[in-house]
Ligand binder design. Structure first.
Ligand code: ADP
Ligand code: FRU
Length: 292
């Protein structure tokens, strides 16, 4: 069991499942509606907590009813909230998600008006007991400062960075991470059509880091210190029920595997296995549900 801190967001997700994605200006009925807590860093923590790790979240919370709900859910997964910053007048960021049964896609419209977690909030967070720290690649000037603090104060503390989309200045964060978790969306925006070619293009740039890139139903690839590219297939569940948070689950699997000192192949297989299992269940409580 390791002690893990993740810096990033929590959201309110309103998920409407529809037969097929609507045309613009259409009026359609949803088959089903689900409201749950989301947000990449907190999703990753919820999975890590079910794998037996001691987890803490560093992020901002609003003062609205949804924030109470976010708090209650994270507490139910034993995720520590001591590093959070509360904005009493703030509202919880909300994602309006259309899940199409036709294609399995999930289109996300995200609205936020809550200040981001920053270096000042992070300054009072103790790094002493941590075995791992994970950052979302967002709010880059502040995240750079937070990651630099980690490197200055606890250079041996292993650190992962999620790179979900291109954001101004995000490349400045890459040399500060030991594990870089790229998404397909980021690789495609860099002009690549598969994970190996994207990872190959970064070969030698971050020689001390492990780089991974998840690619939906194609699985995921990684590149090791020697420049070897390793790939794992996806592990499809008997029926794909919900892919929202599959990437966040994959990231949890990589962090868990690194903490167990798995090889890169074992790491990718473990993460794809976990993410595949998640796709067979609604929400992220799939490990707890399976074992309870
Ligand atoms: P995101 O949630 O960021 O869009 P991806 O779609 O890249 O993430 O998926 C992350 C991981 O989840 C993949 O590497 C794969 O292992 C698993 N996964 C995603 N979709 C499926 C699927 N339809 N069947 C099995 N595994 C999947
Ligand atoms: C899934 C997710 C959702 C959230 C959105 C935020 O990866 O974390 O739960 O609404 O992405 O970008």
């Amino acid at each position: 069991m390791a002690c893990i801190l993740a810096v990033g967001v929590a959201t309110l997700d309103i998920i409407n499942t529809v037969d097929a994605y609507p045309a613009e200006d259409a009026k359609i009925r949803a088959r089903e509606q689900r409201v749950c807590r989301g947000g990449n860093a907190t999703n990753t923590l919820v999975v890590l907590s079910q794998l037996g790790h001691r987890c803490r979240w560093a992020g901002t919370l609003g003062g609205d009813y949804a924030a109470e709900w976010v708090r209650a859910e994270l507490k139910a997964y034993a995720i520590g909230l001591d590093a959070c910053r509360l904005y009493r007048d703030g509202d919880t960021p909300t994602s309006y998600i259309v899940h199409s049964m036709d294609t399995g896609s999930r289109t996300i419209i995200h609205y936020r008006d809550l200040p981001e977690y920053g270096r000042q909030d992070f300054a009072s967070v103790s790094l002493e007991d941590l075995d791992w720290i994970h950052f979302e690649g967002r709010n880059t000037p502040e995240t750079t400062a937070m990651m630099e603090r980690v490197k200055a104060e606890r250079p041996s503390l292993r650190c992962s960075l999620e790179v979900e989309k291109p954001r101004p200045g995000i490349e400045a964060l890459f040399p500060l991470a030991d594990v870089l978790l790229f998404s397909r969306g980021y690789a495609v925006r860099q002009g690549h059509h598969d994970a190996p070619s994207f990872l190959h293009s970064l070969h030698g740039r971050f020689p001390h880091a492990i780089l991974t890139c998840a690619w939906g139903e194609k699985g995921a690839s990684g590149i090791d210190h020697a420049g070897r590219i390793i790939s794992s297939p996806a592990f499809p569940p008997p029926a794909v029920v919900d892919t929202l948070g599959a990437g966040d689950t994959f990231n949890a699997g990589v962090i868990d595997a690194c903490l167990r000192d798995y090889s890169l192949r074992e790491t990718l297989e473990h993460a794809c296995h976990l993410a595949g299992m998640k796709c067979g269940h609604a929400g992220l409580g799939f490990i707890r549900r399976r074992t309870s």
